[in-house]
Design a protein. Sequence first.
Length: 349
Amino acid sequence: MRVYFNQLSQQLTKPLPNLILLFGDEPYQQQAALDQIRACCTAQQIEERIVFQADDKFNWQQIMDEAQSLSLFASRKLIEVELPSAKPGRNGSTFLQEWMQLNDNEHTLLLWGGKLGADQTKSKWFKSIEPASWFIPVYDIDRQNLPGWFNQQCQQHQVQLTPDALHLVCDLFEGNLLSGAQEISRLALIYPNQQIDAEQIKAVASDQSRFTVFQLADDLLNNHREKVVQILTRLQGEDLEPVIVTWLLQREAETLAQLTIANNQQAFDAECKKLRVWDNRKGLYRQALNRLNLSMIEQILKAIGQFEVEYKSHGLLNPYIQLAHICALFSGEPKLFNFNQIMLAHEPD
């Protein structure tokens, strides 16, 4: 069964299954989930903890040998396997199915690692073990749900934020929950028993937000211009190679160009399927096409081509400012928004 992070505390009041799968790309929640599971095992007198790290040469029989060996310390064991690749492979998937079929198995096997891809969660082996196991996905929290998450952190630490302060905290720590949680606990010490406003946050906090080029794509299609500048600034500060950004911009522009041929919903859905556009992103492309026509999209592709020629031939002094201008073309009204001025204002010293 699937157990989300905010459900885990309640779920741990129930008997532990023989197999727990904890996978995702958000380190704060993953570590918190690991801590909760280990504490629960201790409370249930599962006092012996065995740890393995699996690679592509890992011998899964070691787990079975450990489970069947007698222990001087406890009759039940927590056996942890860190799987960084999030792919157990053929031998691992066969073993996990056999593990779930064992009779009189009192041990708990905890498998954890990076994000489990759709190819894994839709596979035959995963579907066969899912009903009797727990699958805990821990993915980053999107911006829409971030205020709620920070409100929970504030309640735990008895921190009171004004609405403006909460909005600022979300801006500063989006994509970096670990630093965000640490900041809330720090605010509780700096400003005890008082309401904290945005100016007080600015006085003590620094921007710890983290973004990826894929987040840039969503905000670009959504026409969230200020957010696009924030993401570009952060990517620039992380010294991300500009050609990675142009790769994404070209991909999105080419997808939009191909979707312009769809003249009704049925044709649009068919083209999205052909281009492998997920259902949850169709609305983003629809919104972008409401403000962009084919001529505008061709202008974007032309600007990307010119950028790549200039950047690769003789370099550019401020490549991210030019990338910001290309992003402005996705708005359909670039002259109404001065990306150049904003990027210069955000440029690191």
